[in-house]
Ligand binder design. Structure first.
Ligand SMILES: C[S@@+](CC[C@H](N)C(=O)[O-])C[C@H]1O[C@@H](n2cnc3c(N)ncnc32)[C@H](O)[C@@H]1O
Length: 226
């Protein structure tokens, strides 16, 4: 009976993770409540880079955390670090909290505790980055179940990415990392913005097809050329 009803839900296109209430992300089981963005496997390399850049007792911020998947992976690998997160959607905040994440409700950095200013080792984010005109090209069932709030990055998709780049220096200590998921040609579009806000050592993270999927940048000082 339970199985039949689960299959019926799945046939409507409802995400499997909402039916089972769980997804595996970087090998960690993450609870995903209905209406909360389902973490994607393509975000896993970014989460792993964030783990690499986070010292054992460091501090990280996961902006636009959704279910809290990335924060959860950071906590799993760096149990002595402080990992905080934010999301503007109350359902996501509740889900991330249920995943054991220290999460705050509100816009990007606005709700985060003031003591984090200048003390953070990693800011990571899978923020909305789909260009508004391309929302209609997403998979058929996307907005039957999900909200554009998870996807809509403004006219060229970089609106929220630019805000994170602009605001994160207030939180990062020199040498800290900013890691952002991007799509299409956004990595190139954001290079000047990163340099203008004091970032260096820019690395474009690519997938197995060679497509740009993420940006990694270091705040405050460039590595000396060899
Ligand atoms: C693409 S989902 C990513 C969720 C999560 N990082 C992951 O990878 O599973 C984007 C998330 O950003 C949140 N969001 C959108 N605009 C926001 C804002 N201005 N401030 C904070 N969160 C926001 C949405 O509610 C959604 O949970």
């Amino acid at each position: 009976m339970l199985l039949e009803s689960a299959v019926r839900c799945r046939l409507t296109g409802e995400p499997l993770a909402w039916i089972t209430g769980m997804v595996s992300f970087c090998g960690v089981n993450v609870r995903v409540d209905p209406c909360v963005y389902v973490p994607r496997w393509l975000s896993e390399p970014l989460a792993r880079r964030a783990v690499d850049r986070l010292p054992e007792q460091g501090t990280a911020i996961d902006v636009c955390t959704g279910s809290g998947a990335i924060a959860r992976v950071l906590r799993e690998h760096r149990p002595r670090a402080r990992v905080v997160a934010s999301d503007v959607d109350a359902r996501a905040v509740a889900c991330a909290a249920a995943n054991g994440v220290e999460v705050y409700g509100g816009d990007l950095f606005a709700p985060l505790p003031g003591e984090l200013a200048g003390a953070v080792d990693v800011v990571v984010g899978v923020v909305p980055y789909v260009p508004t005109p391309e929302l209609s090209l997403l998979q058929r069932d996307t907005f039957t179940f999900e909200t554009p709030l998870s996807y809509d990055g403004g006219p060229d998709g970089t609106g929220i990415l630019r805000r994170v780049i602009r605001d994160s220096p207030g939180y990062l200590r020199p040498g800290a990392a900013l890691l952002l998921e991007v799509g299409g040609d956004q990595a190139g579009l954001l290079t000047d913005e990163l340099v203008r806000h004091g970032f260096s050592d820019l690395i474009i993270l690519t997938d197995e097809d060679g497509d740009a999927r993420g940006l990694e940048a270091t705040f405050g000082h460039a590595t000396a050329a060899a």
